[in-house]
Structure formats: structure tokens, C-alpha cells
Design a protein around this ligand. Structure first.
Ligand SMILES: O=c1[nH]c(=O)c2[nH]c(=O)[nH]c2[nH]1
Length: 296
């Protein structure tokens, strides 16, 4: 029996970098949380404390800030630049994963006009990007998390089997609410990432709104399918969606009826619907998903 070093990677997690463009009086702002992880031959550092192959995590952090000095266009392009740089820096570094969260800021309206340099944080939603360099291959996975949506009709849930523990009534009318977390893999690295992101997000929202849903599973599949139908450069979509239950509150103790008016918004437990929808003619790229937990 021998004890051996298994899979490993290392890097700097959660570098918070804010880049401001003041080149015109109308400033713009990019606010990112960047995590790097390098892959390659670092065995000596783990087994013997030999750091001769170690690109220090402090240097990785500094690289993020130095590259930001040139401005940041999209998280995907910033990730591509960092991944190419790290994976190309020493021959024993064979790959890099750059994970980015992007926080949105909207202009504050003053007298009905969007302000030039004052902002408020946009919603709870976060844009995400993961760029993976693996040898000469580059993979881009874009995404979003915590896009909270709700519809007040157009949702039913019935036809499920009833066992000894089933108490849930069938319903033809309910509130459907969820927080969408989704990631989608591109087949190219030269896209207009900002435009495609907006289009994917809009497609998901429109589909959630317009589909008459018989299950959150059906809504999720329809949302991902619509993204693939409208975006030829997306190979697969992975989604994780909690069912944010809204239970009709029993008001009979107060002599009141409740014809689908008053609900109890429960925060836990929640159903969790997870799925992948993909084109069957595009090669899989599991390495693009390594280090991104929370999806099937
Ligand atoms: O859309 C739903 N899917 C389920 O699997 C489920 N299970 C449940 O109790 N309510 C719901 N709703």
C-alpha cells in the first residue's frame, strides 16, 4: 500500500476588483469577484514543500489587478485573458480555471435622469463566468445566479402518485416562484459575450413567463431548450432551481375564505430541481465544469 497525491489545484480565491472607466464624464464601473486555480505539476510543493513550481497565489492576485488596469470589457474576456496568461506562463502549468462573479450596478436616477457617476447595486442577481484552459483548449461557461422570478397564475401541479405519506393536494392554480441559477457552455471564444448573455437571460425570463407550467421541471426544461434553440453557439445548459413554495394559508379559523389570495411564503424546506439540457451532436467537455459544484 502506498499513499499518493491525488488531484490538486491551487490559486487565489475571491479577488474583489472594481475597475472604473473615467475616460468620459459618464463613468462606467465593473465589479468582479475573481478566483483563479492552476492545474499542473505542483506535486513537489504538496509532498516536500518544494515551491519551485509554484506561481504564488499573491502573484495571481496581483495579475488580476494589473490586467484590470487595461479595463475590463466582459467577465468572459477578462477570464480568457487570465486563463491564457496563467496556462502559458510555465511549461509545468497545464491548465487554469478562472471563476468570475460580476455584480451589476445601475445608475441612480436624479430628476428622472440617470446619474453620470452615482450607482446603486442591481438586484440580487449575479452574472457568472468560468474560463478553463486545458492544454491548448479553452472553454467558456457563462451563467447567472439568484435570478428570482414569480408568476401568480399559469402554474398547476397534479397527476403525481399518492402514497401513504402524500398530503399535498393537487392544484390547478398556484404561485410558481424560483431563484434561477444557470450556466451555459459556449462552443466559441470569440463571441459578443455581452449581447449573448443579455439574450440568454431574456430568453429564460420570457419562457418562464409565457409557459403554462405543469411542473417546475417542465418550466426549467423549456427555459433551457429555448436558450439552445435561439443560440447556436451554446452547447449545453445546466440549471438549478429551488421551488420557492407559496402555500395557500388556511384562514378558516377567522371565519374567512381564501380564494387564492393569501399565501404563506415558506423559505425551507424547498424542492430543488436540477437538470442539464444539451445538443446531442456537440462533444462533451467535462473539464469545463470541473470546480463548479451545484449542478448535475
Ligand atoms: O413543480 C413541482 N415539482 C415537484 O416535483 C413538486 N413536488 C412538490 O411537492 N411540489 C412540486 N412542484
Amino acid at each position: 500500500m502506498a499513499i499518493v497525491l491525488g488531484p490538486n489545484q491551487y490559486g487565489k480565491a475571491e479577488v474583489r476588483v472594481v475597475a472604473v472607466d473615467r475616460s468620459t464624464p459618464r463613468h462606467t464601473l465593473v465589479d468582479l469577484n475573481v478566483s483563479s486555480a492552476l492545474r499542473g505539476d505542483f506535486a513537489g510543493a504538496f509532498t516536500d514543500g518544494d515551491n519551485s513550481h509554484i506561481l504564488a497565489t499573491d502573484s495571481q492576485k496581483n495579475t488580476v489587478f494589473a490586467f484590470a488596469r487595461d479595463g475590463i470589457s466582459t467577465p468572459e474576456e477578462f477570464g480568457l485573458r487570465l486563463a491564457r496568461h496563467f496556462a502559458g506562463s510555465y511549461d509545468w502549468i497545464t491548465g487554469a480555471r478562472i471563476g468570475i462573479e460580476s455584480f451589476g450596478w445601475d445608475r441612480i436616477a436624479v430628476g428622472g435622469q440617470p446619474h453620470d457617476h452615482a450607482f446603486r447595486r442591481a438586484g440580487g442577481e449575479v452574472r457568472t463566468a468560468v474560463v478553463t484552459a486545458d492544454g491548448d483548449d479553452l472553454h467558456v461557461v457563462a451563467g447567472l445566479s439568484d435570478l428570482v422570478v414569480l408568476k401568480t397564475t399559469g402554474s398547476e401541479f397534479w397527476g403525481f402518485p399518492r402514497d401513504a405519506y402524500t398530503t399535498l393536494p393537487e392544484t390547478r392554480e398556484r404561485i410558481l416562484a424560483t431563484a434561477v441559477t444557470a450556466r451555459w457552455r459556449y462552443t466559441r471564444t470569440d463571441l459578443d459575450f455581452a449581447a449573448v448573455y443579455d439574450s440568454v437571460r431574456t430568453t429564460m425570463l420570457e419562457t418562464f413567463a409565457s409557459l403554462h407550467s405543469l411542473a417546475l421541471q417542465q418550466s426549467q426544461y423549456a427555459m433551457a431548450t429555448a436558450v439552445l434553440e435561439r443560440h447556436p453557439d451554446v452547447a449545453e445548459v445546466r440549471m438549478s432551481m429551488p421551488n420557492k413554495h407559496h402555500f395557500l394559508q388556511d384562514l378558516s379559523a377567522f371565519g374567512l375564505d381564501n380564494p387564492d389570495v393569501v399565501y404563506h411564503a415558506d423559505d425551507r424546506p424547498y424542492g430543488l430541481i436540477e437538470g442539464t439540457v444539451l445538443r446531442d451532436d456537440v462533444p462533451a467537455a467535462e473539464v469545463a465544469w470541473e470546480g463548479t459544484p451545484g449542478f448535475v
